[in-house]
Write a protein that binds this ligand. Structure first.
Ligand code: HEC
Ligand code: HEC
Ligand code: HEC
Ligand code: HEC
Ligand code: HEC
Ligand code: HEC
Ligand code: HEC
Ligand code: HEC
Ligand code: HEC
Length: 426
């Protein structure tokens, strides 16, 4: 029998085989994420009614540890092949039950401090969390038997632990505030320590929170960027009083050159907090400099001590430059509204603005000379813009005068014409 004849006769068989062949790869793919590492523990716990026993199994589908080799058994021990509960959860088979709070850091750290093991799964994952955690107030409190402080699962959750880059994770920048707030905004919980519980409320009013949540600027700090996630301070920062400098490099550099660096260090006051606070940092304004109402300098200096005198002078030099700049901006805008091209003046205004920005950063040196170096340039740029605006005003006046003369001549011509017409009519 020829092949074509056979295919013709057995066409239903062939079609079925083809369909199965085509469907097989699709069946082998599992598009939905399934629990792959639960064994009998998962199978049984999914069927239990009690939430405490059922929920951990149900949540595990999303857990970052849900992958071959990292099932329930890696944290709880036991035998995931046994169907019988006694056998599966036999302490003699290493079953440990639910870990006690004091054992959790060691449990998580058991893997997360094991560099060789972790790198097999995730080459870029750091393995310093446990070591760092032990230096933190949280780690020390837990180690001393205090159950109120945070362990790994207070911040990461458990059974639904997500990658830290997952926007749903409780440690994702936009959720950190809520995670810390659970304890730090709970006055009853924090009462024994006598520390404030207003950090969250204050932070939510800060320029940093606004940048993070309103402008989606993930480079703006939330709680753990300043305090560290695991350690007493973020890695690379010797003390939290230096943390602002990791992002505001120039302000820190200038502050360190200022007469404040030494006395502030001696007073044990953080470099930046003395003037900006820590949690409720607001967008600063020029009124903070000087000896006027609302100026931070006036909080520590008298007008007749050297610091106060300099502060007043710095404030005055900024005020003058800003006043000139404002006037120049207004006059240039006015000329533009009247139809004049003011490109050169705009360049000067831009330059004045840049110098003002620089002057405000130089305030951190607390040196009149450093600030004036920029305010004087701002003033001369603003002056040039003002001169351009004055020239534009003169030009407008000349043009108006020219226009009036032309109008008068036209009027005279019309009157003459009318008279002439009447004369002809008569
Ligand atoms: C056939 C069902 C079954 C199997 C299989 C099973 N469990 Fe359980 N598990 C239970 C029941 C029922 C309880 C509640 C027992 C109790 O309260 O004494 C429980 C309790 C637990 C608890 C809570 C213990 C505590 O201290 O409160 C943990 C953790 C646990 N199981 C983990 C596991 C792990 C890990 C495995 C697999 C190695 C496993 N279970 C296998 C039924 C099962
Ligand atoms: C990454 C480690 C880890 C893995 C993996 C893990 N657990 Fe747990 N489990 C814990 C910790 C830690 C606790 C204690 C939670 C607490 O104190 O709130 C716990 C508690 C439990 C409890 C007791 C809950 C209670 O409120 O008493 C059960 C039941 C449980 N786990 C079951 C499971 C099952 C089933 C799996 C697998 C599907 C699993 N766990 C996977 C770490 C883990
Ligand atoms: C006070 C809250 C808090 C505690 C306690 C905590 N973490 Fe974290 N953890 C975070 C935050 C926030 C991040 C994300 C930012 C980062 O990577 O620093 C993070 C990140 C991580 C990462 C990912 C690190 C990376 O390199 O991407 C791991 C792993 C981790 N934590 C494990 C642990 C372990 C293990 C413990 C307990 C020893 C623990 N964490 C305790 C808040 C916490
Ligand atoms: C059996 C070893 C083991 C234990 C125990 C363990 N982990 Fe993990 N964990 C891993 C591995 C491996 C990964 C990387 C998984 C991956 O990226 O696929 C991981 C990933 C993570 C991540 C995600 C990091 C990232 O990439 O963003 C966090 C957070 C985390 N673990 C926290 C914990 C916490 C909290 C505990 C304790 C409750 C814990 N782990 C216990 C092995 C473990
Ligand atoms: C489970 C509750 C809990 C969670 C969640 C928690 N903390 Fe704590 N934290 C505490 C307790 C309790 C202390 C001990 C207070 C003390 O000793 O002064 C503490 C201490 C601290 C301290 C030291 C305070 C001091 O005395 O100088 C800082 C800073 C801190 N936590 C920041 C954070 C940050 C940031 C987060 C979120 C990423 C966070 N905590 C999450 C309970 C928690
Ligand atoms: C811009 C940096 C920054 C951010 C963001 C920040 N802190 Fe702080 N925090 C500080 C500084 C600085 C201190 C003072 C430390 C000192 O004087 O030793 C402090 C002090 C604390 C303290 C000790 C008690 C107190 O009030 O003096 C706790 C607790 C704390 N912060 C929790 C938080 C929490 C929770 C968040 C998030 C809502 C947060 N911090 C956000 C910088 C920051
Ligand atoms: C993780 C990086 C980071 C850290 C740490 C940090 N900041 Fe910021 N800060 C930012 C970002 C981002 C902005 C928003 C910039 C913008 O949008 O104008 C900002 C804004 C500010 C502003 C307002 C600037 C303006 O022109 O309105 C001040 C003041 C400020 N921070 C002071 C501090 C102080 C003081 C600390 C330490 C207690 C600190 N910052 C810690 C990143 C950081
Ligand atoms: C002696 C008081 C004082 C100290 C200390 C101080 N600042 Fe300032 N800071 C000011 C004043 C005043 C302004 C407002 C200047 C203006 O707008 O004219 C300001 C403005 C700022 C601005 C906004 C202007 C800009 O540079 O973009 C930032 C950001 C800032 N400070 C960060 C810091 C940081 C970071 C530290 C610590 C290294 C710090 N400041 C220490 C007084 C201080
Ligand atoms: C937290 C307190 C505090 C604040 C706020 C403060 N200073 Fe000072 N300042 C000091 C101390 C302390 C010294 C060193 C002792 C002294 O000379 O009075 C000092 C010294 C100075 C000096 C050097 C004085 C000399 O002897 O030559 C100048 C200039 C100065 N401050 C300017 C400022 C300016 C400008 C501001 C506001 C932007 C400011 N200070 C805000 C505490 C402060």
């Amino acid at each position: 029998m020829r092949l074509a004849d056979w295919i013709e006769r057995e066409r239903y068989l062939v079609a079925t085989a083809l369909m199965i062949g085509l469907a097989l790869p699709a069946l082998a793919q599992t598009p939905e994420r399934k629990v792959t590492a639960g064994g009998s523990c998962l199978a049984c716990h999914l069927q239990l009614d009690e939430a405490r026993l059922h929920d951990p199994a149900a949540a595990f589908a999303e857990d970052v540890h849900n992958r071959p080799g990292l099932g329930c058994v890696t944290c709880h021990g036991g035998n995931p092949k046994a169907e019988d509960p006694e056998e599966a959860m036999d302490p003699k088979k290493g079953f440990r039950g639910a870990p006690k709070i004091f054992d959790i850091p060691k449990l998580c750290g058991g893997c997360h401090a094991n560099d060789a093991f972790i790198k097999k799964f995730s080459p870029s994952l750091d393995t310093d969390q446990l070591a760092q955690y032990r230096t933190s107030v949280h780690g020390q409190r837990i180690a001393s038997g205090d159950t109120r402080a945070a362990t790994c699962i207070s911040c990461h959750g458990v059974h639904n632990i997500l990658k830290v880059s997952d926007p749903r994770a409780p440690v994702f920048p936009t959720h950190v505030v809520d995670t810390c707030a659970r304890c730090h905004a709970d006055a009853a919980l924090m009462k024994p320590y006598g520390i404030p519980t207003d950090q969250v409320t204050k932070y939510r009013r800060s320029v940093h929170y606004e940048a993070l949540t309103k402008r989606n600027d993930l480079s703006a700090p939330t709680c753990n960027d300043c305090h560290g996630s695991h350690g007493a301070a973020p890695p690379g920062v010797s003390s939290i009083s230096n943390v602002c400098g990791t992002c505001h490099l120039q302000n820190m550099e200038f502050f360190q050159q200022s007469p404040h660096a030494e006395p502030f260090a001696e007073m044990g006051s953080g470099a930046c907090e003395a003037c900006h606070g820590n949690h409720e940092i607001k967008a600063p304004s020029d009124r903070l400099v000087g000896m006027g109402k609302g100026a931070v300098c006036a909080g520590c200096h008298d007008i007749d001590d050297p610091g106060g005198t300099t502060a007043a002078a710095i404030g005055a030099s900024l005020e003058l430059a800003v006043e000139m700049d404002d006037r120049a901006k207004a006059e240039v805008a006015d000329a533009e509204r009247k139809g004049m091209l003011m490109e050169d003046a705009d360049v000067e205004l831009e330059a004045a603005n840049e110098e003002l920005v620089k002057a405000r950063i130089q305030v951190h040196k607390a040196s009149l000379q450093a600030v004036v170096a920029h305010t004087s340039k701002a003033v001369s740029a603003a002056k040039k813009a003002l001169e351009a605006a004055a020239a534009a005003r003169r030009e407008i006046r000349t043009r108006r005068a020219g226009l009036s003369v032309a109008l008068a001549l036209i009027l005279i011509a019309i009157v003459a014409l009318v008279l002439k017409i009447r004369q002809i009519e008569r």
